[in-house]
Design a protein around this ligand. Structure first.
Ligand code: BDR
Ligand code: CA
Length: 312
């Protein structure tokens, strides 16, 4: 089993990623760290606790992290994930409480198992940047960071050139990308290859009345309605579950090493990925860091894995 920390901002697709992870025997989830992102921090933390209680995994600690980005104001995505972040799902108030501070948990968790821990980050990268600032070099002590964020060349989903997670905390994204850690990045182009058809989900849920199935049906309603309007077909993209998938089976994606950096300040471009594609450089130095970027996803392979694990 691979020790994993999920750094998340649930959010519907974070919740699906979490369910996929808890049902994956390859992963030992040592804890969750929550961040402000799709929802304010209190709500993402409550949602993480609720989802764990749904599947009886209150043994997994949930630690609260950053309530705002390193610079500026938090931004959220109510229109995509619903007023409380889990679509139309209504789960009971959690009984468990948050277990402690996310930054310390990340540092201690990584240090306890040097070179072993995979951090799967599916929200703004504030917690990881804060851990690196508090303990320089800590992110390089992970086996790998699997990050969902940024967009390479397609249109963004929150501004013309930016993806939500990197746009929500561009300074943190920049610090993490430049930390020297071993990073696998899932940019929007890769996540957009994964479409969960509403008919397919409904077929898999047919005849099931258990709490997990009811949650999946209700939680996906709001995002599916939003994306159906955008794309003209019934369903949704699976951004965050792909990060969990990649932490289990790296071969699910074809990756390409790229030199990338993140624009932290631009008036129209803060959070934009800058890809240095120059075939030559004057001073022998490409900008940013070399990161493995997912470029092509094994879609049928991933969907099978996702649905099997999600609905286990
Ligand atoms: C990312 O933004 C959030 O809304 C999703 O949870 C995902 O992490 C996609 O851009
Ligand atoms: Ca997310």
């Amino acid at each position: 089993m691979r020790p994993v920390i999920l750094d998340i901002d649930p959010g519907v697709d974070d919740a699906l990623a979490l369910l996929m992870a808890v049902h994956s025997p390859e992963l030992e989830i040592i804890g969750l760290t929550t961040t402000s992102g799709n929802m304010p921090l209190d709500q993402t933390t409550e949602n993480a606790l609720k989802v764990l209680e749904l599947v009886g995994r209150t043994d997994i600690p949930v630690c609260m992290g950053a309530a705002r980005p390193l610079v500026g104001e938090a931004r959220h995505a109510y229109e995509v994930h619903g007023a409380e972040g889990l679509g139309a799902a209504e789960l009971p108030d959690p009984e468990a409480m948050p277990a402690g501070d996310a930054i310390d948990f990340l540092i201690e968790g990584i240090e306890a198992r040097l070179g072993e821990v995979i951090v799967v980050a599916t929200g703004p990268l504030t917690n990881l940047a804060m851990a690196e600032a508090k303990r320089p070099g800590i992110l390089s002590q992970c086996r790998r960071l699997v990050i969902m964020g940024g967009v390479l060349h397609e249109p963004g989903n929150i501004s013309p050139h930016t993806e939500f997670n990197f746009h929500a905390d561009p300074h943190a994204a920049r610090q993490v990308i430049n930390s020297g850690a071993n990073i696998a990045l899932i940019p929007l182009e890769a996540a957009r290859q994964l479409w969960l058809d509403q008919d397919l989900l409904e077929a898999r849920l047919a005849g099931r009345t258990d709490a997990l199935a009811r949650f999946c049906a209700a939680a996906t309603q709001t995002v599916m309605a939003f994306e159906t309007q955008l794309y003209g077909r019934r369903g949704m993209h699976l951004h965050d579950p792909l990060a969990v998938g990649l932490s289990i089976f790296p071969a699910l994606c074809e990756v390409k090493p790229m030199f990338i950096d993140v624009e932290p300040e631009g008036q129209l471009t803060s959070g934009q990925l800058v890809v240095d594609r120059r075939p030559f450089v004057i001073d022998d130095h490409l900008v940013g860091r070399q990161v493995e970027c997912a470029v092509k996803v094994n879609v049928p392979g991933f969907l099978e894995l996702f649905l099997d694990r999600l609905l286990q």
